[in-house]
Design a protein around this ligand. Sequence first.
Ligand code: ZN
Length: 358
Amino acid sequence: MSPKIKTRIAKLLGELGEKGLDGILISQPENRRYLSGFDGSTGFLLIAPDKNILATDSRYIIQAKSQAPDYEILPVTSDIGGWLPGLASELNIKRVGFEGEYLTFSLYRRLCDILGKGKSVLKLIPVEGIVESLRAVKEPGEIKLISQAAEIADAAMDYIRGNIHPGMTEKEAAWEIEKFMREKGSQPVPFDVIVASGPNSALPHAQPSARAIQKAEPIVIDIGARVGGYASDLSRTICLGDSDETFKKVYDTVLGAQLGTIAIVKPEMSGGEADQIARVIIEEGGYGEAFGHGLGHGVGLATHEKPRLGPNSPEELADGMVFTIEPGIYIEGWGGVRIEDLVVMEAGKVREISKAKK
Ligand code: ZN
C-alpha cells in the first residue's frame, strides 16, 4: 500500500473506531480523491478495517485501477442501493458512516427503504467533517503542490500589473490572467478569475463584466491556479494612476489588518480568534461595518475547505494547516479593497506562501 494512502486511512479508521463505526462510505469528490487517489467524477469508497473498496461504473474502471491501486475495484451497474446491502452483509459490517453533508436526502431515503424491505441489519450513521478535518492538516507533498500553484498565481499577478491599462475591460483582464496561468502550467483554474473595478469591487465575489477599467479607482483581482489537484488563492487590489484619499485610507487599513494578523496568528488559536484580530484593526480604522466576510479559509484539493477563519469559528489552528488571510473593506458605490495571501502554519507561526507584492 502506498505509505501516503495508508497513513490517511489509518487516521480515518482511528476516528471511526472512536465513533463505534464498522466502516464509512465516501463519495464527496475531494474526500474520495484524498483517500484513494481516484479523481473520477463518480464512485463510492467503502472503507472498513482490512477492506478498502472502490465501487464505480464501467466508464471509470481502468482509471480506478491505475489511480487507486490500494483499493479493490468493484464494477457496479446500479446505484448504491443495488450493491451496498449485499456487500455489507458479506463483509459483516453493521454500522456504516456516511457523509451527512454530502449524500442527498433522496438517495438516503431510498437506501433506508431498500434496507428496511430487505430486513437488513445495516445501519447508516451520518458523520460530518471527519475526512475534511484530516485534510486540513497538510503533508509536505501537499504543501509543495499548493506552493507551486501559488507561484503561478504570483507570476500572473505580476504579469497583469504590467499589462492592465485604462480602457481594458474586466473580462479582458480576467481572460489574460487565466490564459497566462494555463500557459504556465496550471490545470483548469479552481475558481473563476475575479477582476472587479470601481463600484464593482464592492462586491466580494463580483463577476468580470464588460466595464472598462479606469484610472484612480480600486481594482480587486482574485485568482487561483491548480497544480496536481491542489489550488491556490490570491487577491490584490491595485489602482491605476493617482488614487483618491479614500483608497489610501482603506488600503492602509486592510493592509494593517492583514499584516497584523499574519504576525500574531498561532497554533491553538481558534478561527474565530484569528478573525477577531483583523476585525478589531478594521473597526479601529472606522470601517467595522464594511468587513462583511470572514478572515479566511483553508485551501487544498478544494478552494474552500477547513479550517474556517471567521466570526465564532471554533476550529483550532494547527501546524501544517494551509489557509488564506484576506481581510477586506467594501463600500457600496465606491468600491472595495481586499488583500489575500496563502499561508502555512509552521513551527508555531505563519509563513506566507504567496509572494506577490502588496
Ligand atoms: Zn479566498
